[in-house]
Ligand binder design. Structure first.
Ligand code: GRG
Length: 324
């Protein structure tokens, strides 16, 4: 039996956005460095820092965390030999960690501190003959890495340093009959991978190469009776898909094909009374779901939140500086 929309019958009493509690949740996470959530983030800490800072910036309170301390820590994850950044101190360089490092520096308007030539060299070294990208020295290929590489280069204004045509041809090879995209050619369509592929196409102005209506339809089918989205058919709703689905629809110009009010209600119901946003109502919150919940609310023009750009996953004022 389908488990879709389990929360449909739960209380519909929807409170306001408890931004002050979310700020406190993030500050506590940073200050109590020994917490369970921080322990769980150890192997991908740099992305956790990006989600935390991006969340604070959406709520217009970036100064809640110490900028200089964070920027110094980011450079402790840098590998001078390769030009890539690791997920934490003493970890091997990795493409998505490099993206998070570059995003953090963009958020703080500190891109000048990067050795851009070295970082570009690292990303170039990750492109394969067929246009795909590997995530690290061990070679796993995934459309997450295509997006990560292209976005990282775009932020540094160096997109032309890789073979963009080949990169896009590879992304298009990962497209399925239903209009969606998977992690490699032939893999099942999944909203997370669709975000990456649509992001890669949007960053390179190649969206005219896909059937936008077909994909828009597949994405709009992800909204369940509870208002939340799942990531593929017959799966449960999760706040993070609010971002992966809605940002893809925003890039396709199809954001009006979903019920915004119901999605907003669902996200607000996922707020923890102690701050932070969880995957589903009543679950334990974390910084990943907090960012993606806030990001989706921002895409829907929720009051008092800064606007986020769907292809960069950064607030628009940061993107304006990058594109200047
Ligand atoms: C800068 C926003 C940003 C992203 C960087 C890391 C990345 C690029 C993209 C990740 C995209 C992705 C694959 C997201 C999905 C994450 C997720 C919740 C996976 C769970 O997959 P399953 O199969 O879950 O366990 P379902 O919901 O299908 O059961």
């Amino acid at each position: 039996m389908s488990t879709e929309g389990d929360h449909e019958e739960e209380s519909k009493a929807v409170g306001p956005l408890t931004a002050a509690l979310h700020r406190e949740h993030i500050k506590q996470l940073y200050e109590k460095k020994e917490s369970f959530e921080m322990y769980m983030l150890e192997h991908r800490k740099i992305s956790g820092v990006y989600w935390a800072l991006a969340s604070l910036q959406i709520m217009d309170c970036l100064d809640d965390l110490p900028k200089e301390e964070i920027v110094e820590w980011v450079f402790k994850t840098y590998d001078k030999d390769s030009g890539g950044f690791g997920a934490n101190e003493q970890l091997d360089p990795q493409l998505l960690s490099t993206l998070s490092a570059v995003q953090i520096l963009a958020i703080y308007n500190e891109l000048d501190r990067l050795d851009i030539e070295k970082v570009v060299e690292y990303i170039k070294s990750m492109q394969n003959e067929d246009g795909s990208f590997s995530g690290d020295q061990w070679g796993e290929v995934d459309t997450r890495f295509s997006y990560g590489a292209l976005l990282c280069l775009k932020i540094m204004n160096r997109l032309e340093d890789v073979d963009v045509d080949k990169a896009i041809d590879y992304v298009l090879r990962c497209r399925n009959f239903d209009g969606g995209f998977g992690c490699i050619p032939g893999a099942e369509s999944h909203a997370g991978q669709i975000f990456c592929c649509v992001g890669a196409l949007a960053l390179t102005k190649s969206l005219d190469r896909i059937d936008v209506d077909l994909l828009g339809w597949w994405l709009s089918e992800r909204q369940l009776p509870c208002g939340g989205f799942n990531g593929r058919p017959d799966k449960k709703e999760d706040v993070c898909y609010s971002w992966w689905v809605l940002s893809s629809m925003a890039m396709l110009g199809k954001i009006d094909w979903i019920d915004r009010e119901k999605l907003t209600e669902f996200i607000l119901q996922c707020q923890s009374p102690d701050g932070g946003i969880a995957d589903r109502p009543g679950d334990i919150p974390d910084v990943f779901h907090t960012f993606f919940g806030l990001g989706a609310l921002s895409l829907m023009d929720f009051p008092d939140l800064k606007r986020i750009d769907p292809k960069y996953a950064l607030v628009t004022e940061v993107v304006e500086l990058i594109e200047m």
